[in-house]
Design a protein around this ligand. Structure first.
Ligand SMILES: NC(=O)N[C@@H](CC(=O)O)C(=O)O
Ligand SMILES: [Zn+2]
Ligand SMILES: [Zn+2]
Length: 377
């Protein structure tokens, strides 16, 4: 098994020392290194079994906590299952790791209000995930009729202050795949929020100007959004650059450049409503490079470098820390991390693949050279 070396380049000594944090951040823009509070990942797929063991350190090396998606086969629909899954994640972590998995439940048509109470009492389940049935990878057990089947559960979630995390796309085959997020906002999310104005909702992995505007229009503190590195760094041309590119295929699908620019403006605006959520979604190479390839981009090894690049190019590196390390815990009502990580402007080469006895995983930006190498501060 290839040892996935997370910090492949040695950090050169370009240390910039200052006592004043403001100066420090400003200096970072022109200098070569700066520290930020340790980030969390508010949307992560760790899978289970061999895949979990292969990928977990790529997240735990950089992130303090992560919201763990429940779309396993079979999905994590019960609190007891979430507790067992949590144990298997803890077991797979490197020995000295302090990474905290924050578990979620997969909402179905038959989830009960009692299950939400159990989830809250467990202390380890932090949210419930809505997958419209058929919208994305392993969503076949998802919700078929939110307003018809889930109202008592949603009411209980308001009572328990349990956030609803949403894969925001409609599934009707007649809706164009590039419009599914916008139609979801109009047909599902807006009515949902009108009905439950005190329900905490995170619109996951937003991809459009429409989603940015929608989130900005909602009540403060109740609706927020996560944004992935791929939707900030790439537009839909990447799907076809020099041929069909299965490793750029994720859901929601990459959108046109104007939408990417709206996302960059949103995350660099200083708004507290937008925060990091990588949606790192590993699939074995053979399940990506095949006639009916899976949706999902494996970005855990490159996520922080990619976000930093986007913020740097927007002239907003001073806004990076709030996005990666403050807005998420503030929205969830959790303390911010106290440890730090360092980002160094050192070129490092992303491995072309991560290879294991059972197969390969191809990371985002495979074989490319990135900067802003993360390491412990
Ligand atoms: N984003 C993706 O394209 N895929 C995710 C599911 C999801 O987050 O929608 C996966 O689990 O593979
Ligand atoms: Zn999703
Ligand atoms: Zn996801």
């Amino acid at each position: 098994m290839l040892k996935a070396s997370f910090f492949p380049c040695k950090v050169t000594s370009l240390r910039f020392v200052t006592n004043r944090r403001q100066n420090h951040l400003k200096a970072a823009i022109t200098k070569m290194e700066f520290s930020i509070t340790q980030p969390d990942d508010w949307h992560l797929h760790l899978r289970d079994g061999e895949l979990l063991e292969a990928v977990v350190s790529h997240s735990s090396n950089h992130f303090g906590r992560a919201i763990i998606m429940p779309n396993l086969k079979p999905p994590v629909t019960k609190t007891v299952e979430a507790m067992a899954y949590r144990e298997s994640i803890l077991k797979a972590l490197p020995e000295t790791s302090t990474f905290t998995p924050m578990m979620t439940l997969y909402l179905t048509d038959t989830t009960t209000p009692h299950e939400i109470k159990l989830a809250r009492e467990s202390g380890v389940v932090f949210a419930v995930k809505l997958y419209p049935a058929g919208a994305t990878t392993n969503s076949q057990h998802g919700v078929t009729d939110l307003f018809g089947k889930c109202l008592p559960v949603l009411e209980e979630m308001v009572q328990q202050n349990m956030p609803l995390l949403v894969h925001g796309e409609v599934t009707s085959p007649e809706v164009d795949v590039f419009d599914r997020e916008k139609v979801f906002i109009d047909e599902v999310l807006s009515p949902l929020i009108r009905k439950f104005p005190r329900l905490k909702v995170v619109m996951e992995h937003i991809t459009t100007t429409d989603a940015v505007k929608f989130v900005e229009s909602c009540n403060d503190g109740f609706v927020a959004a996560t944004v992935t590195p791929q939707h900030l760094a790439l537009n839909r041309n990447s799907l076809f650059q020099g041929g069909l590119q299965p490793h750029s295929y994720c859901l929601p699908i990459l959108k046109r450049e104007t939408h990417r620019q709206a996302l960059v403006s949103a995350v660099t605006s200083g708004s507290k409503r937008f925060f990091i959520g990588t949606d790192s979604a590993p699939h074995e190479r053979r399940n990506k490079e095949c006639p009916c390839g899976c949706a999902g981009i494996y970005n855990a090894p490159v996520a922080l470098s990619a976000y930093a690049k986007v913020f740097e190019e927007a002239g907003a590196l001073d806004k990076l820390e709030a996005f990666t390390s403050f807005n998420g815990p503030d929205f969830y009502g959790l303390p911010r991390n106290t440890s730090k990580i360092k980002l160094t402007k050192t070129p490092w080469k992303v491995p072309a693949s991560y290879s294991y006895s059972w197969g390969d995983i191809i990371p985002m930006f495979a074989g490319e050279t990135l900067e802003w190498l993360p390491s412990p501060a």
